[in-house]
Design a protein. Structure first.
Length: 366
């Protein structure tokens, strides 16, 4: 008689299987400047502009909530005339280095080898390269020849969380596998020297470069916070709010001033139903792992969470120390919580926003 019980047992084991985040590691570029040291470059850049406008721009840089930012090129290179080709070549060269360094750190933290990874997701939106950076990592680290690759592009600041969502779904369907998500961004390579719009200026004031790698596992014995749930949320009629235009001089930032208000308007629909479907409320969340999009967005979300008795202090600190590094930034916030080793049973809510306009959410439990 044919045994029909075993497939059912395997199916139930899959349902019970947890996907966990086992390690997170950041990597910063070698160049950095404190904001006070960037101001002279800004003044030189703005020297032919109206004096009142110059004062407004300096005040914006000084009040952006960013004390320091890192970059893949020296600030002198950022503020000189270079072609899209030249800056993209720097991007392509440097992001591979940052990706490899962050991946090695994450592997060391998890006590793994490069050949222990079955699925590699690379995330970036601030440059163009084909083949994508994952191909270079597979070669340089001699990763598995049958590793599954997924480059994630054109999703902006939301994509660090998106990458984790894709990795989780792959691992949920494949027990005893491991995945890595590597987000590397270089917004300084997108700076437009001849663009004096407020969008370009705000972008220059808040963005920095950085990388982070996150390792996830569906092995029962691996440790780390479990991903309990995940979901995306898409705003209608908001495709023009955030993103890039491809122009002759490179990637030109799109950033609508109404973004903070848009987030505020949709905030209840983004947060509360997601928690309710897990029989939770915001009171049950111990840690808020939020993407620091910029000072105004942080202030908006801080106010929304504040009335609920929650804080986003780690989000503000990441913005202060590094600026907005697009998709990698929320992973820097995640690493801060991972390093604190929260108590068993504590919960975290990851939340990021990006072009589309969209929000990405992950519920974690330690």
């Amino acid at each position: 008689m044919r045994n029909v019980g075993k497939p059912g047992v395997l199916f139930m084991k899959k349902l019970d299987m947890k996907v966990r985040i086992t390690s997170v590691a950041k990597q910063l570029p070698k160049y950095y400047r404190e904001t006070k040291d960037i101001i002279p470059f800004v003044k030189l850049w703005m020297q032919d502009q109206d004096a009142r406008f110059q004062r407004k721009v300096i005040k914006l840089f000084e009040g952006a909530g960013v004390d320091k930012r890192y970059s893949i090129m020296d600030p002198e290179e950022v503020f000189i005339a270079t072609s899209f080709e030249e800056k993209n070549n720097i991007y392509a060269r440097e992001v591979v280095k940052l990706a490899e360094q962050s991946l090695k750190k994450a592997l060391d933290k998890a006590q793994l080898k490069a050949t222990d990874i079955d699925y590699i997701i690379t995330v970036s939106c601030t440059g163009i390269m084909i083949p994508s950076m994952d191909a270079y990592l597979i070669n340089s680290l001699q990763m598995k020849q049958d590793i599954v690759r997924l480059p994630v592009t054109e999703m902006g600041c939301a994509a660090g969380v998106s990458g984790i969502i894709y990795a989780k779904n792959f691992l949920k369907a494949n027990p005893n596998k491991r995945a890595v998500v590597i987000a590397v961004e270089a917004p300084t390579a997108t700076f437009q020297l001849d663009d004096y719009s407020m969008t370009n200026i705000v972008s220059a004031a808040i963005f920095g470069d950085g990388a982070s790698a996150v390792i996830l596992s569906s092995y029962e014995e691996d440790k780390g916070p479990a991903i309990i749930d995940e979901a995306m949320y898409h705003f209608y009629d908001a495709t023009k709010m955030m993103g890039f235009n491809l122009v002759n001089t490179g990637l030109q930032m799109i950033l609508d001033k109404e973004v903070p208000q848009k987030i505020s308007d949709h905030f209840p629909a983004i947060v509360h139903p997601f928690l309710e479907r897990n029989t939770l409320t915001i009171e049950d969340i111990d840690h808020l792992i939020f993407h620091p999009g910029g000072k105004k967005i942080v202030q908006t979300v801080e106010g929304l969470f504040g009335v609920l008795g929650k804080n986003i202090d780690d989000t503000k600190e990441v913005l202060r120390l590094y600026g907005n590094m697009s998709s990698a930034t929320v992973l820097y916030v995640l690493e801060r919580f991972m390093d604190k080793n929260p108590a068993k049973g504590e919960r975290g809510l990851m939340l990021s926003f990006g072009p589309g306009f969209s929000a990405q959410r992950i519920l974690l439990e330690w």
